[in-house]
Design a protein around this ligand. Structure first.
Ligand SMILES: [Zn+2]
Length: 419
């Protein structure tokens, strides 16, 4: 019997069948559509018909760490503290990556689920997320590992060892298999009885590389769908969402459509601006650190009026939004102490950079596809069984991707056999 548990003010009452939450990193709804209309996603299609398929709003800025942390805490960044993959920590005067649980200001739902009697396992493709997902979990008997560093898994630190014996040889991180492996691991953990409450989080290498209709994308989503089919056959209630969408950020000639904010600000005003691109992470091959969102710090001690600078930035090509810190923190639910003086968003086909020298575009093997702004905000939301009426109404309103486990635990109709 599972008892209910409460985390960050939300109550969770999961049913006594396996519960699997999946974050398909970088899955704009276009990817599901392209594969579904070609008949490549029979299991997700059955979920859409027998359960629920709609859209949910992701958390701004639409980056991986921000949204994964929101999903696992069931709360926005003003609560959990992770408002970017990367930020300028003014308390120590350094730019830091938010890839450690030390940045968390709230608990994830996993230790509480484990204490409530569930066997919790969390599998991520990118190892950078593992520490956040594992916070408080391993010492309570849960499991957390990444497909990127599957060989590192030890009982003391990951709650499991010899993962390759269970799932198969670990994949190369810059591949579709890095993500498919995450779902295969979920199937193996469920089948072996090692877990019955899972969060599976993939990587967006494929979406950064290929558009939805590319053969590579169709094959990739078909492989993910096959694993989702196994989870369903094992009796799991499955919920699927994404951390953000993905769009081509190019000019018609195929070159990256970049506004180098630090360069143009210093040209227009004065030296010393610091532009923080919160997409920055160890996986630059994906995106060249170019995304559609930036935090801007005025030069230290500057007498410039922030409103005047913001007004000028709004006139730049590609820029769709520029907001002062307080306004952005309120509208985007961000932690103000981890922000710049103002934030900037760019459009569907445009990204923001620091200076031309700072970005190594030779790392981009194909055209630039990226995310971070409003145009990557709406993401898929699917459930394998019908929703109770209250949640069905809410799902037609403004559901958030970080409501995933709320829906999975509280919103699924009882006595419905999963798809
Ligand atoms: Zn992502």
């Amino acid at each position: 019997m599972t008892t209910s548990f409460t985390v960050n003010g939300r109550n969770y009452s999961p049913r006594n069948c396996p519960v699997v939450g999946i974050c398909l990193d970088g899955s704009a709804d276009d990817y599901l559509d392209a594969a579904m209309v070609r008949g490549r996603l029979p299991n997700l299609q059955r979920m859409a018909v027998a359960g629920w398929r709609g859209l949910a709003r992701a958390q701004m800025p639409t980056f991986t760490n921000v949204n994964n942390t929101s999903i696992v805490t069931g709360a926005p960044p003003c609560v959990h503290g992770v408002g970017g993959n990367y930020f300028f920590d003014t308390s120590v005067g350094a730019e830091v990556m938010t890839n450690s649980a030390s940045f968390l200001r709230a608990d994830t739902i996993f230790p509480a689920a484990q204490l409530a009697g569930r066997r919790v396992a969390v599998v991520t493709a990118k190892d950078k997320l593992r520490d956040i997902f594992a916070a408080g979990l391993i010492e309570r008997g849960g499991i957390a590992f990444s497909s990127e560093r599957v060989k590192d898994a030890e009982v003391a630190t990951h709650g499991i060892a010899r993962v390759e014996d269970l799932v198969g040889p670990g994949p190369y991180i810059y591949s579709g298999e890095a993500s498919v492996y995450v779902l295969k691991a979920g199937v193996a953990l469920l089948e072996s009885g090692l877990a019955d409450f899972l969060y599976l989080s993939t990587t967006d290498f494929m979406q950064h590389t290929y558009p939805p209709e590319a053969e590579e994308s169709l094959d990739f989503y078909a492989a993910l769908d096959e694993q989702i089919g196994h989870l369903l056959r094992l009796g799991a209630i499955v919920g699927v969402t994404a951390d953000h969408g993905m769009n081509a950020k190019q000019r018609p000639d195929g070159t990256p459509n970049v506004t180098y904010l630090e360069s143009v600000l210093e040209q227009q005003f004065e030296a010393g601006f610091r532009v923080i691109l919160p997409i920055t992470d160890p996986h630059l091959v994906h995106h060249g650190a170019l995304g559609s969102f930036a935090q801007v710090h005025l030069p230290p001690g500057s007498a410039l009026a922030v409103d005047e600078v913001i007004e000028w930035v709004r006139s730049l090509p590609g820029v769709t939004e520029a907001l002062d810190r307080e306004t952005a923190a309120r509208l985007m639910e961000l932690p103000p102490d981890r922000m710049g003086d103002f934030v900037v968003c760019s459009g569907r086909d445009a990204v923001l950079g620091r200076t031309p020298e700072w970005h190594d575009l030779s790392q981009l093997k194909v055209g630039l596809r990226s995310h971070g702004g409003r145009y990557e905000e709406m993401v898929p939301l699917l459930f394998s069984a019908p929703l109770v009426s209250e949640y069905a109404s809410r799902a037609k309103g403004d559901p958030r991707n970080f409501d995933l486990f709320d829906y999975l635990c509280n919103g699924i109709q009882p006595c419905t056999s999963p798809v």
